[in-house]
Design a protein. Structure first.
Length: 226
């Protein structure tokens, strides 16, 4: 029963390569005034966010072409584009949904309050750290309150370049360590030999288990997806 629901949701939410769409703002352009002006919000959403969506679609289509042609000569470039535009799309989508017209956003819910108090000590302490982190972050920067699903608790993270490391919202399933310490003693500079041989070690039972668990950890991009 539960698995059926998960699979149904997963099917509903699967986005084919190159098919991402700019989600509409959940309020009119002037809804956040006077904190954020109508003009700023329109440019930010309609142009900047749209550029991320377009860039992500292009990167996905190009990597799909690479898989077909088996030409991976530009894979480093397209992987970077996937991360930069994918993270931009996901983070902006979330940003729109966690704002509301002034005075309409209510108060922190009980679960939010409890988890924040448990980890940060108090709500003011959380707010102070979050603001300080946001003020000091550089480049394409974000302050992000995250739920760490491995440690079952909150953390404040910053993204200095939101493309580094991730498409935010993704959950790792299968990982390969390619830092030199992982192979140099055995393979020296022949990383490809290590990578090719490594496939014989994969525990596919664990990959399947992790996939099913991750499918329960949804990351909504709009207010009303599900
Ligand atoms: Mn932005």
């Amino acid at each position: 029963m539960f698995e059926g629901v998960v699979l149904k949701l997963q099917h509903f939410m699967t986005i084919p390569p190159g098919q991402h769409k700019l989600p509409p703002l959940p309020y009119p352009y002037d809804a956040l005034e006077p904190i954020i002006s109508s003009t700023l919000l329109q440019i930010h959403h309609d142009r900047h966010h749209k550029a991320y969506v377009d860039g992500l679609n292009k990167a996905e289509l190009e990597t799909a072409k690479s898989r077909q042609s088996k030409d991976f000569s530009l894979i480093k470039h397209w992987e970077r584009e996937l991360a930069f535009h994918g993270s931009g799309h996901i983070l902006h989508s979330i940003y729109w949904t966690i704002m509301a017209p002034r005075g309409m956003g209510g108060q922190p819910g009980r679960r939010t309050q409890n988890l924040i108090a448990n980890y940060f000590g108090s709500f003011p302490a959380f707010k102070e750290q979050f603001s300080a982190a946001a003020v000091d972050v550089e480049a394409s920067g974000w302050a992000i309150l995250v739920w760490n699903s491995s440690w079952r608790r909150l953390e404040i993270l910053t993204a200095e370049k939101h493309q580094d490391l991730t498409q935010w919202g993704s959950i790792p399933i299968l990982v390969l360590d390619v830092w030199e310490h992982a192979y140099y003693l055995d393979y020296q500079n022949r990383r490809k030999d290590y990578v090719d041989a490594w496939w014989q070690l994969v525990n596919w039972y664990e990959v399947e288990r992790r996939l099913l668990l991750a499918m329960g950890g949804l990351t909504p991009l709009t207010l009303n997806n599900f």
